[in-house]
Design a protein around this ligand. Structure first.
Ligand code: CUK
Ligand code: CUA
Length: 619
C-alpha cells in the first residue's frame, strides 16, 4: 500500500485513499493541509471530491480501488479490470473454450459446456454481481448468453465459471439482473420471440411467437418459473425491495422486419409483480412447457385474470432500451433509444395505480439515442446518448418535478468517443453507489488508437464524476477487444478471492506424491499423478493404441502464483493447474508414438525440463 508513508492518513481516513504523489500535487500551491481544506467539497458539506484529490493513476506495484467486470460480448467471456487504472487484470472464459485456463479442456468444464448445449461460443452482455441487503456480497457474478438463451454463474472466490443453465423456451437471453435486496432470483430476459415450443410449428405465424422472462435460483441455477409476455423484451433490472422486476421491450407490433417493428410510436416497459407470479405458480396457475412452469403474463390475461395483474404494461416512447432502478429504489428509468426522452417510473405509485401509465412521473428530454443509465448516489443519473456520442448528467428529482418534457433536468453533457452503449458508475447497481468513477463503453474508437487493420478496438472511457462543481472529466481511453456491453464495478474490499485452491471445493481426487498410480482395466487407463517443480509424478506413461486414458493431476504447490499445466501435443490437451488444484482429462490414445507431455506455465528455471513421455504402443 503506497499510502503507508503518508502520515496524513492517520489524521483523516479520506487521505488514506490519496496516493502521496497526488496528495503532494494537490498541496503544492499553498501547503498541504490548507489547500486540502479549501478544496471544493473535500472537507465541506457535500459529498463531491475534486479530481485532483483522488487517485487517477495507479503506480507500479499499487493496487486499484475497484474491480470492474466487463462483459466480452461475442467473445463469450468476462474481463476483469482494475479501476481507476483500467488495467486488465484477468479474463474469465464463460461460454467459449480457453486454452490458458484449460477451460473446456478438462473433463469438468468440458462436460459443463456440453450439458449447457455444446455450443462453442456465446454472446455475454450483462455481468451482474450478487448482492445481500442491496450491497455486493462477493459471491457470484452472473452473465447472460444472448446467442443461445443461457445464463452462467461465475464463482468470485476462484474467478471461474462454475455453472451454466440452458434456459428452456428462450432463444436469445438478453437482459440479466438480480432481484434484490438479496439476489433471490437471477432473471434472464428473453429477447427473440419464437413459437413455443420451437419445434417446427407456427413457423410463419409471428402472432404465435412468444418471449419469456426466466427466474433462476442463484444457488441451484435451476429455472424456477417463466412468464410469457407480448412483444420482444430487451433489458431488465430488479427493484431493490424484492417485489418488482422491469423489462424494456420493443416490437409491441409483433413484427418480423425492422420497419414493422418500429412502426408504432409506443412500446412497453413491463413491470413484473414477483410475489403475484409466485402466488400463481403456487396455485398451479401455469402451463408446464419445456419442463418449467410458464405463467401467462400476456397483456389480456394479466388484465383479466385477477384483481392483481402479474405483469403491468406501461406505454413508453418507441423501442426503449436500457432500464435501471435508482439506488434508493424509488424509480425505474427506461431510456428511449429511438426517442430523445427517458421515462421515469415511480415504483410505489405503480403498485396501486389503476392505469400503470400513471406511474410514469417524468420524461426528461436528454438527447439523441439514450441507451443506458447509471447513478452516483447523489441524485444524479447519467445516460449514454448513442447518436450524439455523449454522456448526459441529469437530476432525477428535477425530471420528476418538471411538468412535461423538458431539458431542464439536464446538468451537463460530455463528449465520448464514440457511440456509447452502456455506461456504468462505481457500485451503481447497489443502494449506495460510490459516486466517483464512471466508464462509458463506446462501440466505436474510429481514430483514437494506432490502426490495427479494418477491425478496430472499442473504446472504454473512464470519466470522473465525483465533483459536481467541476463537472464530468474524461480521464482516459482504454482500447478493448469486441465487445463489452455492460459492466459492474465493485469496491476492492468487497471481494476476497482465494490465493490457492481448497481441495474441499472440488470433486476431483487430490493426488499427493504418494498417491501416484496407474491402473488399467479393459482398455481404460487411469493415471493419477501430482505435479510440482519440476516434474510430473511419472516420467513415462505407457498406454496401448485405442486405450481410453484419464489423467487426474494435482498441482501440490502451496505457493501462490505457482502454476503448472499438463499439455499433450497432438492430443489437444492442456489443463491448467493452479496451486492445490486438481483437474481430470480423458481422451482416446488413438495415434501410436511418443508424445512429450509438458508444463505450459513458465514455473521455474527448470520449466523446460518439466516434461514426461506418453508412449502410445501400436495395438
Ligand atoms: S445491451 Cu448492448 S449496448 Cu445487451 Cu445492455 Cu445496450
Ligand atoms: Cu511447471 Cu512449467
Amino acid at each position: 500500500d503506497s499510502t503507508t508513508d503518508d502520515d496524513s492518513s492517520e489524521r483523516d481516513p479520506l487521505f488514506a485513499r490519496i496516493p502521496r504523489r497526488d496528495f503532494m500535487k494537490a498541496g503544492a500551491a499553498t501547503g498541504a493541509m490548507a489547500s486540502m481544506a479549501g478544496c471544493t467539497g473535500l472537507l465541506g458539506g457535500d459529498d463531491s471530491v475534486s479530481l485532483e484529490d483522488v487517485k487517477t493513476s495507479v503506480e507500479p506495484g499499487e493496487h486499484d480501488d475497484y474491480y470492474a467486470f466487463l462483459s466480452g460480448g461475442h467473445t463469450g467471456e468476462i474481463r476483469v479490470y482494475g479501476l481507476p487504472s483500467m488495467r486488465q487484470l484477468m479474463r474469465i472464459p464463460v461460454f467459449q473454450t480457453e486454452s490458458a485456463r484449460g477451460y473446456g479442456y478438462d473433463d469438468r468444464t468440458s462436460e459443463m459446456l456440453e450439458e449447457a448445449g455444446g455450443y462453442t461460443w456465446g454472446d455475454a452482455h450483462h455481468p451482474r454481481v450478487s448482492q445481500t441487503d442491496n450491497d455486493y456480497d462477493g459471491r457470484w457474478a452472473f452473465v447472460n448468453d444472448k446467442a443461445n438463451g443461457r445464463m452462467a454463474r461465475i464463482d468470485l472466490e476462484y474467478f471461474e465459471t462454475d455453472a451454466i443453465v440452458d434456459i428452456p423456451n428462450q432463444q436469445g437471453t438478453h437482459g440479466a439482473c438480480c432481484l434484490l435486496p438479496d439476489t433471490k432470483y437471477v432473471f434472464g430476459v428473453g429477447e427473440f420471440r419464437v413459437p413455443m415450443p420451437n419445434d417446427g410449428q407456427d413457423l410463419d405465424d409471428p402472432s404465435n411467437y412468444t418471449s419469456t422472462i426466466a427466474a433462476i435460483d442463484p444457488e441451484t441455477m435451476n429455472v424456477e418459473w417463466e412468464v410469457l409476455v407480448d412483444g420482444n423484451m430487451d433489458n431488465g433490472d430488479g427493484g431493490k425491495e424484492g417485489r418488482w422486476f422491469f423489462a424494456t421491450g420493443y416490437n409491441s407490433e409483433h413484427a418480423t422486419t425492422e420497419s414493422e417493428m418500429s412502426s408504432s410510436d409506443t412500446d412497453w416497459v413491463k413491470a413484473f409483480d414477483v410475489p403475484a407470479i409466485e402466488e400463481a405458480v403456487e396455485a398451479g396457475d401455469y402451463d408446464e412447457i419445456g419442463g418449467v412452469p410458464v405463467v401467462d403474463g400476456t397483456r389480456d390475461s394479466s388484465l383479466n385474470e385477477s384483481d392483481r395483474p402479474i405483469v403491468r404494461y406501461l406505454d413508453v416512447s418507441k423501442s426503449p432500451h436500457g432500464v435501471s432502478v435508482t439506488p434508493d429504489g424509488k424509480y425505474a428509468i427506461a431510456s428511449g433509444k429511438l426517442d430523445p426522452t427517458a421515462s421515469v417510473i415511480d415504483i410505489e405509485t405503480l403498485a396501486d395505480a389503476d392505469d400503470p401509465n400513471d406511474a410514469i412521473v417524468g420524461r426528461p428530454r436528454l438527447g439523441m439515442g439514450p441507451l443506458h443509465t447509471a447513478y452516483d448516489g447523489r441524485g444524479h443519473a447519467y445516460t449514454t446518448l448513442f447518436i450524439d456520442s455523449q454522456v448526459v448528467k441529469w437530476d432525477i428529482e428535477a425530471a420528476v418535478e418538471a411538468s412535461e418534457e423538458s431539458e431542464d433536468p439536464v446538468i451537463e453533457k460530455v463528449d465520448v468517443h464514440y457511440n456509447p452503449g452502456h455506461l456504468i458508475a462505481a457500485e451503481s447497481y447497489t443502494a449506495d453507489p460510490q459516486g466517483d468513477w464512471l466508464i462509458s463503453l463506446n462501440k466505436l474508437s474510429k481514430d483514437r488508437f494506432l490502426p490495427v487493420g479494418p477491425m478496430h478496438p472499442e473504446n472504454d472511457q473512464l470519466i470522473y464524476i465525483g465533483d459536481d462543481e467541476e463537472g464530468m472529466s474524461l480521464v482516459k481511453d482504454t482500447p478493448s477487444y469486441a465487445e463489452p456491453h455492460d459492466a459492474s464495478i465493485v469496491s476492492a474490499e468487497k471481494l476476497d478471492p482465494a490465493k490457492v485452491y481448497d481441495p474441499e471445493d472440488y470433486d476431483e481426487e487430490f493426488i499427493s506424491p504418494e498417491d501416484n498410480d496407474i491402473s488399467r482395466e479393459n482398455g481404460r487407463v487411469h493415471v493419477k499423478m501430482h505435479s510440482q517443480r519440476n516434474q510430473f509424478g511419472f516420467t513415462d506413461v505407457t498406454v496401448t493404441e485405442g486405450d481410453e486414458v484419464t489423467f487426474t493431476v494435482t498441482n501440490v504447490e502451496q505457493t501462490a502464483d505457482l502454476l503448472h499445466s499438463l499439455a499433450i501435443p497432438e492430443y489437444d490437451v492442456n489443463i491448467k493447474l493452479a496451486p492445490q488444484e486438481t483437474r481430470e482429462v480423458t481422451f482416446t490414445a488413438d495415434e501410436p508414438g511418443v508424445y512429450w507431455m509438458y508444463c505450459a506455465f513458465f514455473c521455474s528455471a527448470l520449466h523446460l525440463e518439466m516434461r514426461s513421455r506418453l508412449l502410445v504402443e501400436p495395438a
